[in-house]
Design a protein around this ligand. Structure first.
Ligand code: HEM
Length: 404
């Protein structure tokens, strides 16, 4: 009875006092939990309660800021971001350990609350854990890209067609200064998409694909969506950022379902191998034969992931190449000279020429090293309790890698 009376009194206190008391209690609980967490603590920045380092890092420079933490706290450090404890691994020795010698324990994919909305039920290839099903899917995708139709000859002719379109755009600019960022994105989206479907895309289709990929970044990495990490229950209250993620998922599935329906299913007859002309056909037919179950939605998300992973990375690398060449005209000159000697000026380079262009190839490899476009890979999660550099990482620990 006394307790109930006390509770009634508590209810009658001013709301702002109640909120202050609740907040202080939460903070005390947070500090006590932090203080008494077991085991040897991995060093790292303290950050603010609940949000961690969220307000002390700039999103667009995140990789540089994380690299600074690694410099300050060591090749294994930890930080908190919106309530999640994250371990940051860097340096050749530890990176080799987690990707090679201890790879088995670090291979699960970490899905944040936001990505979980998109991928938890029906994961595409980029959201799957490293299990047998993932390995089979990866093998099927790689094999399909390499060996469909006439193999690399088809890939080559499709690529040339896209490159020619790009050159036409450049020559139509008549020497006027243009920002070709969009055009490079279109070019690479066109190449990856053509390889998937072995068919030319309309301008409208390419812009739809690039738009969906840009939307992916907006809806999942926007600051409003970030709140879903701290307050996942917001989704039950009509939270707009949550609805946008769901709309994005619906659009992706609708787009790819239409492609699949229109295209194939004329190739369903496994005997008719001549009909197989794009990577997607080969993928589809192999997935149908697999003993694993691949749902339509997860196939759609895999196709979208391939496009997104394929063109966003390569177009950024290519775009980065331009200012580098502008600042190093001697390199541009040497590439031009090598291409002129190996190919001449009357035709486009082809794969056969590659072996005669070692300098150009070395430049591409150096470009990938110098301008790492995915500076901390994709977040992983420990599959089980792991030891690393003398510290214990619990199963399910989120791990970032600095690979730049
Ligand atoms: C500059 C070029 C590229 C870079 C730097 C790059 C980088 C990466 C990285 C760091 C990962 C995560 C690996 C991990 O978490 O273990 C990844 C995964 C992936 N990439 Fe790429 N990538 C590039 C080009 C491409 C292209 C051209 C495609 C497809 C046409 C592609 C498709 C994928 C897919 C499907 C995955 C998820 C499956 C997996 O983790 O193995 N990537 N990529």
């Amino acid at each position: 009875m006394i307790v109930f009376n006390d509770f009634l009194k508590w209810l009658s206190i001013d709301l702002s006092i109640k909120l202050t008391i609740s907040l202080i209690s939460l903070l005390v609980a947070y500090f006590l939990l932090e203080k008494f967490k077991g085991g040897k603590r991995i060093p790292g920045p303290k950050g603010l309660p609940l949000v961690g380092i969220a307000f002390s890092i700039k999103k667009e420079k995140m990789h540089l800021e994380l690299a600074n933490y690694a410099r300050k706290y060591g090749n294994l450090c930890r930080f908190n971001l919106m309530g999640s404890d994250i371990v940051l691994v860097s340096g050749l020795k530890l990176i080799h350990e987690v990707f090679v010698t201890k790879q088995d324990g670090f291979s699960s994919r970490y899905l944040s609350n936001r990505l979980g909305i998109l991928y938890k039920k029906e994961p595409g290839i980029t959201a799957m854990n490293d299990d047998e099903k993932f390995r089979e899917l990866k093998k099927i995708c790689l094999k399909s890209f390499k060996h469909y139709g006439d193999g690399m000859e088809t890939v080559e002719s499709l690529t040339m067609r896209s490159i020619n379109k790009f050159f036409t755009y450049l020559s139509n600019a008549n020497g006027k200064a243009v920002d070709i960022n969009d055009k490079i994105q279109y070019l690479l989206a066109d190449i990856v998409y053509s390889m998937l479907l072995n068919q030319e895309l309309s301008e409208e289709e390419i812009s739809q694909i690039t738009k969906m990929s840009i939307q992916f970044v907006e809806v999942t990495f926007g600051s409003k969506a970030l709140l879903l990490e701290l307050f996942p229950w917001l989704k039950y209250f009509g939270y707009k950022a949550y609805k946008k993620i769901c709309d994005y998922e619906r659009n992706v599935c609708a787009f790819w379902n239409k492609v699949i329906d229109q295209r194939f299913l004329m190739n369903q007859d496994e005997k008719n191998k001549d009909e197989i002309s794009g990577a997607i056909d080969s993928m589809y037919s192999q997935l149908m034969k697999s003993s694993f179950q691949y749902s339509r939605a997860s196939f759609c998300k895999t196709l979208q992931s391939i496009i997104l992973a394929g063109f966003s990375t390569t177009s950024s690398s290519m775009y980065n190449f331009l200012p580098i060449l502008l600042n190093h005209p001697q390199i541009e000159k040497r590439i031009f000279q090598e291409v002129s000697e190996a190919v001449g000026h009357s035709r486009m380079p082809c794969l056969e020429d590659k072996k005669n262009m070692p300098y150009s190839e070395a430049c591409v490899l150096e470009l990938l090293r110098y301008t790492t476009v995915v500076p901390f890979a994709l977040p992983h999660e420990t599959d089980r309790d792991m030891d690393l550099d003398g510290y214990q990482l619990k199963k399910g620990t989120q791990v970032y890698y600095i690979i730049c």
